[in-house]
Structure formats: C-alpha cells, structure tokens
Write a new protein. Sequence first.
Length: 154
Amino acid sequence: MKNIILFLLLISFLQADDKTAKVVIDLTTSDVVKFEKNILKGIEVHKTHYANILKELEVAVVIHGGAYKFFLKNLTNSKYKEDKKLLKVYNDLKKRIATMSDTYEVEFLMCKAGMKKNQLQESNIVEFVKIIPTSTIGLIDKQNEGFAYLPVKD
C-alpha cells in the first residue's frame, strides 16, 4: 500500500512539473517600442497562450543595460530626465509594468552593479523590483532553475 501511495505521489509531482513553462528574459533594450512589444504585450500574449493549453508560464525579467529607465519611480533626478520618447509614455508604462508584476506575476530582477554605474538609487526603483548583485548571477540562477533564455536587446 505504501508503495502505491509513493508511486501516485511521484506521478502527480512529475505531472505538476509538466504544467509549468519557465522563461527568463534578458532585458537590456532602451527602446520604448521594443520594450512595449516584447515585454508589455509579449508577456501577456505568451501567458494567454499557455493558459489556453492548460499550462502555466513563469516569467522572470533580468533588468540591465539600457532598460533601467523603465523601472524608476521618478525620472526627474536621473540621467533619463531628457528622454522625450520616454517622458511621453512614462506614466502609462509605469501602470502597465505594475500590472505585469501584479496580474501576471512576473518577477523583475535588477542588476545592482549597473545601478551603481548609472547612479541609480534603490529608493527610486519601483517597489516590485528585486535588486540582485549582478545580471549574470540572475541569469545563471534562473537558467539553473530550468528557465529558458530569451534576450530582448537593442
């Protein structure tokens, strides 16, 4: 009887793993259009696709390179304060990015080493972003957890 229960537990564990796909997005683009297409729209499309085939999609986004600017609370005291394209859409982007975190449970991870280089303060990063030592560590960790790698670059 114990063997049967253990066998059934093992089968259910293996099947549960089949219901989750995982992707880590290596986000370095500074292009607003590319960010909107690949992150804001792309993640929604992919989440919907997997939901339609009764699977989950777990998404992590590692932020570095030119992508820091999309995750600031305030552009005023940053090097991005003159970015006209960003300023036009910034308030809308902030709401949509928060929806990615809240509704779609996207995990956002930001490279601390690059924050220092870009003179960004943790207090000016949106609350749902987790600060990690380096982008490389984040990408290695996620890939070792079984996440597929997807770059979004300029």
